[in-house]
Design a protein around this ligand. Sequence first.
Ligand SMILES: Cc1cc2nc3c(=O)[nH]c(=O)nc-3n(C[C@H](O)[C@H](O)[C@H](O)COP(=O)(O)OP(=O)(O)OC[C@H]3O[C@@H](n4cnc5c(N)ncnc54)[C@H](O)[C@@H]3O)c2cc1C
Length: 496
Amino acid sequence: MRTTTTEHVDVVVVGAGLSGIGAACHLQRRCPDRSYLILEARDRIGGTWDLFRYPGIRSDSDMHTLGYSFSPWEDTKAIADGPAILRYIRDTAQRHRVLEKVRTGHRVVSAEWSSEAAGWTVDVRRADTGEVSRLSCAFLLMCSGYYRYDRGYTPEFAGTDRFAGPVVHPQQWPEDLDYAGKRVVVIGSGATAVTLVPAMAQTAAHVTMLQRSPSYVVSVPSEDGVAQRLRRRLPPMAAYHAVRWKNVALMTLSYQLSRRRPRLMKALIRRGAQRQLPDGYDVDVHFKPGYNPWDQRLCIVPDGDLFAALSQGAASIVTDQIDTFTERGLTLRSGRELEADVIVTATGLALLALGGVALAVDGESVRLPEKVTYKGMMLSGIPNLAFTVGYTNASWTLKADLTAEYFCRLLNHMRRRGYDRFVPAGEDLELTREPLINLASGYVLRSVDEFPAQGPKRPWRVHQNYALDVLDFRLGKVEDGVMRFSRRRPEPIPPW
Ligand SMILES: Cc1cc2nc3c(=O)[nH]c(=O)nc-3n(C[C@H](O)[C@H](O)[C@H](O)COP(=O)(O)OP(=O)(O)OC[C@H]3O[C@@H](n4cnc5c(N)ncnc54)[C@H](O)[C@@H]3O)c2cc1C
């Protein structure tokens, strides 16, 4: 069923997660003359931090960089749990009065650009009635995350229907799952697995983390002593920004060291794990990946909670491969049997570009893999559209904030010059395309071909470097010779 409406706003923001709420706050503060709406497919705001409900759900970034630049994180915990992050997003939305602009239960299904009208027509499906309505806007700001919401990724395992107990994916955690006193196997070795294992080990009889291959696991303090001292001495915003830059510097240092001196970094990570595990623990079997640090994301464990659970015997790691599920658990390739009452498949996300929205420009469908990203936030040849994707080697929000800031800067520039259209125009991009996401993780490799590519150099390259991006996004020229601006009709020439 379709009803056509004539509603028009300047900006449609797609998604009311961490990025969409942040972008709306930036728009409200920096572009008060522009009207906007946030369309959110789900019934609630918060995105990732509302969707995921598994035990122990938390950030693995520190909240001084995962928080917004304009909204100080004031909790004592620097590594925060999911509910605290959700509260922070909600409070920020409320304080900045963006909640009234959110329409929940509104999924954007398609958007078509018309050069003649210099605008987008957006089709939106309501969750309650299934009705599709249409609205128009001058600019689309996609804050729709990077993965499917309806399901996670689970590989095909033999014999899953034989297993008598529950098999649970962390993305769809049953509220009433009772695992107290039970034997749990968590399949996976990524951020979710290392979060789940110590959390479930608190009440389960035993938790086994079954991994095909190890990850780098690094312990960080859950509270930041420097932040606490600075808070006592400085105004909240000054303390927040000082800690934010301190953490950016540490993250950059750790990343650069990993890329330039991988052997040193491997040795440091190994020593850190060894120090927190019992003597004789087989660190090289369970904590020594076959790749260099930051070829895939490092796994962070606050206050070494995973190592503590392993040391206490409440949890253990098995590095092996699944042969088949059985009635009583799992049989492994080595022939070993793992008995389980509950099996958790922490096997990852199913990636999805731009919220699955079907884009078209002047009647022609857009094929995302053919596009190249401009500043990691716009697409070659696509007018008046920006999207938010965070860093792979640092907190998401650092880039999300810069993206929103730059978007506002662009809009204000266009207002001053009387432009109504921007389009990143690339030449020779065909020859030099590279994958957009520079991680070798399975979940990335599975889907990266469905995403736009990046080019060989700025502005087509995504540099994964916050400090350089700050200079570029805040001080770089908006009219850089690549971004083309135009207006639909020439300004009327005054008669005098
Ligand atoms: C378990 C987990 C832990 C994480 N921890 C960290 C961390 O510690 N540090 C870090 O930097 N990153 C982390 N990430 C990445 C994380 O997703 C980002 O930090 C951040 O939450 C992304 O926010 P977002 O608003 O861009 O996307 P999301 O949180 O995914 O929100 C997107 C929103 O858009 C909506 N949407 C999507 N498509 C449409 C559509 N077509 N129409 C309307 N609405 C739509 C969705 O319903 C959702 O509400 C984590 C991810 C996961 C899954």
